[in-house]
Design a protein around this ligand. Structure first.
Ligand SMILES: [Zn+2]
Length: 412
């Protein structure tokens, strides 16, 4: 099948795309249909991108805002309390039904790859089992990567390390940790060693909830980077949030940056939720609490954006549209230079694919799986500014989601 007249990424000239047996086979201008080629789709100069990648979300908690009660203070810690009160309602069926709805919402916005953290501080591992099953059921439409996430800590929750190991045995793709939430600094460091040891034992990726606090003394990141460097795990490791880095003094950041670069780790910022949950202990001025995206990017370190939460105790809004994260991230990070705007789709496509360690499975190039989306815009600048919908989302050349272009009328 042939797709005609598409601007791929920031390309200045339109291309045609040929898909054969679910793979990209030819990407060039003015391709002629082959005899018996089948469908030819004219995409009229719209923008094509590889599918959006959600690099940090908690699907187990999604769509639960207000149940059993609303998080009225809007703090991270009241959010954790609300979630604790919701946990008795969890059943495998309830989780699967809810997460299924969230995945369809994501698919409607052109997302085909999702890294979800799943709370494993539950002796029954109910949510984990549900999402493990769902991961297999939706595999043809969306790739779900699961991080075993110890919400209360590895050492500060009964049998935390055993639950983490059990989750990895059951099939979680990555090991998590939450060093800033452990009872002591000593537990914080030790929990990271446990996380790295288990990840290596089971050959898994790592994604740490790292320093998600406005405490300039929260320094889990230096340990994460050093362990990634010394173990050689490098870019298999991701530091999520790192909001304390917003508050570090510059002299410390200059020293820290060296090991961050040497380590090769990835960063995920969650712009909407970081701004919403951050600065809560401040009077005025209030900190933005997003990690140093601009400076990390300038150093060549991989940074992607995630949503973190979709309509749950930590974020009462959320529509699973990655554009919102880019929009907020650019404003919060002082990144509205022209080049920064036109390249910003990378935070939720290529960079996020690197975070998920997708390798050559991802991207619009001959020989790869024919997964791509078509925006209702000619370029990313317009797509971002006018919140253009994803008109079509293709998976192995098959249409899996579509939207009609929005029409507005002005009567003067
Ligand atoms: Zn998170």
């Amino acid at each position: 099948m042939l797709f005609k007249d598409l601007y791929i990424g920031n390309a200045e000239a339109p291309m045609d795309i040929r898909v054969t047996d679910g793979k990209f086979t030819d990407i060039a201008p003015n391709l002629t249909p082959l005899p018996g080629e089948g469908t030819v789709t004219d995409l009229a100069g719209k923008m094509a991108l590889p599918p959006f990648v959600e690099s940090h979300v908690h699907l187990d908690t999604c769509l639960t805002a207000g149940r059993p009660r609303w998080n009225l203070s809007g703090t991270l810690f009241e959010g954790i309390q609300c979630w604790e009160e919701y946990k008795p309602f969890l059943t495998k069926q309830e989780v699967k039904e809810r997460v299924n709805r969230a995945l369809r919402l994501q698919a409607s916005n052109g997302i085909q790859y999702v890294r979800t953290h799943v709370d494993i501080n539950d002796p029954k591992l109910t949510a984990l089992e549900a999402i493990l099953e769902l991961r297999e059921e939706v595999r043809d439409f969306i790739d779900v990567q699961i991080v075993a996430f110890p919400q209360y800590g590895i050492l500060s929750y009964p049998k935390g390390a055993e639950l983490l190991e059990r989750a990895l045995e059951l099939g979680a793709d990555a090991a998590g940790a939450i060093p800033h939430f452990e009872f002591t600094r000593e537990y914080s460091v030790e929990s990271l060693h446990i996380c790295f040891d288990l990840a290596q034992k089971y050959n898994k990726l790592i994604d740490i909830h790292c320093d998600e606090i406005d405490d300039e003394a929260s320094r889990g990141l230096e340990t994460v980077a050093t362990l990634a460097y010394e173990t050689g795990m490098g870019d298999k490791v991701t530091a999520s949030h790192t909001t304390a880095m917003h508050s570090y003094n510059n002299a410390y950041v200059i020293r820290l940056m060296r090991i961050l670069k040497m380590s090769g780790i990835n960063f995920v910022a969650n712009p909407c939720v970081n701004v919403h949950l951050g600065g809560r202990a401040d009077t005025y001025p209030k900190r933005r609490s997003m990690t140093r995206v601009k400076e990390l990017t300038a150093e060549g370190i991989n940074v992607s954006f995630g949503s973190d939460d979709l309509f749950d105790p930590w974020n009462p809004l959320g529509n699973a549209n990655m554009r919102d994260q880019v929009f907020m991230g650019l404003y919060t990070g002082h990144m509205l230079g022209y080049e920064e705007i036109v390249n910003s789709y990378r935070f939720v496509t290529e960079n996020a694919a690197r975070t998920l360690h997708l390798g050559d499975a991802y991207g619009i190039a001959a020989g790869r799986d024919a997964n791509f989306v078509v925006m209702d815009a000619k370029n990313w600048y317009d797509a971002l500014n006018y919140n253009a919908p994803v008109l079509r989302s293709y998976r192995a050349g098959k249409l899996i989601a579509s939207a009609a272009p929005a029409e507005k009328q002005v009567y003067f």
